[in-house]
Design a protein around this ligand. Sequence first.
Ligand code: LLP
Length: 436
Amino acid sequence: MTTPVTVRPVTAQIENSIRTIGGISTTDLAKQFDTPLYIMDVATVRNNCRHYTDSLKALNVDYTVAYAGKAGMCFKLLNLLAEEGLGTDVVSGGEIHTVLQTNIDRDKIYFHGNNKSKKELEMAIEAGIRIVIDNAYELQLIDSITKETGKQAQLLIRLKPEIEAHTHEHIQTGQIESKFGVSKAELIPMIQTILDAPNLQFLGIHGHIGSQIFDPIPYEKLAHLMMDYLIKIKQDTQAPVLELNLGGGIGIPYIEADKPPVVSDVITQMVTILKDGCAQANIPLPRIIVEPGRSIVATAGATLYSAGALKSIPVKSGTLNYVFVDGGMADNLRYALYKSEYTFEVANKADHPATTQYTIAGKFCESGDKLGENIPLPQVESGDLVLVYGTGAYNYAMASHYNLFPYLAMVGIEDGVADLWIERETYEDLNTHFKK
Ligand code: LLP
């Protein structure tokens, strides 16, 4: 049985006013691992995985849940996902190199990207990883690599679905102007090229409509569109479609007011459309692939900061209260980039009533280095612990070394045990590649 998705990790509790996650108090975590610190709640990751795997199992279809590794990856996380039966999608040589050192099943790895290099494609072909083709140039490169090496390549084609999904414009991907995927007109000729090449195997098609999507309707549209293309491919090429990859993008609640769709509802709806469509058209249902990133890890994560300096500035509308934390845009770029909202808490005053509106700012040399504005919190004092929820996706993954700030440590917590997943970088680490 899975638990519904919430802003906080499923294990979050309060003991003597202190927030605990996975059975460990945040004050102990700060003492043991220092701040700022990424916390990952293992029970929440497992719960989020099972929203997908349980609903696909119940639908009695062949499936792969391929975690979108761009949301964030490290060995411990990938091995945890392998335990849950997940694969991954990868988008770079770095991600391929990383995934290949884990227990992730190679048959469940999908290589994406709009400008894969020859080197990266060689790595993927050598490792037998499925490649999701984005454009004609890439197909040529793959063809020439397989001719040189005599190796086979297993290919899907990313179709631009042209379905509008309401989300931040930076994370919309399905529209015609998008840099990702091939147009509908290009699809059949490209399949034909693959079918004509002896070393290329056509596995299927892929469609992804965007990220942090709350409306289930675009997913229904995607399933109908893909169904139309399964029929068209059969009619025009007679090639069997073995795999149908429906992408990721299901949204998560960053704040209480966010109402994302229920994962199992979206999955069931899409698969039912495809099952019915395939039965009617007398086409075997391909293996269904989904690629969730955020909805697997975001709500499992939280970032623990210490409050340092405070500033109260008289302004026209009253007082602007700043809390400065010991991290900021280098470990969480999402507010600076998208104005993404988060839920904040003073972790050592977790049940104290909110009395004051704060702007939470980081320590980096940029005015836009903020994590949230107009955040109601109890009175914050220097030394308090500030916890930000929902940071499990696209935080570590998009971190930077701005101001030569070392990457944070990450701990995975399960049943009261904190396991160091990623070591905190040292100043020496920062200098490793600097020539003297
Ligand atoms: N599949 C493909 C082909 C994708 O491009 C993406 C995300 C996913 C799956 C996973 O989407 P998810 O389930 O995580 O929504 N940096 C942005 C998000 C960029 C998403 C890019 N592609 C952010 O921080 O919100």
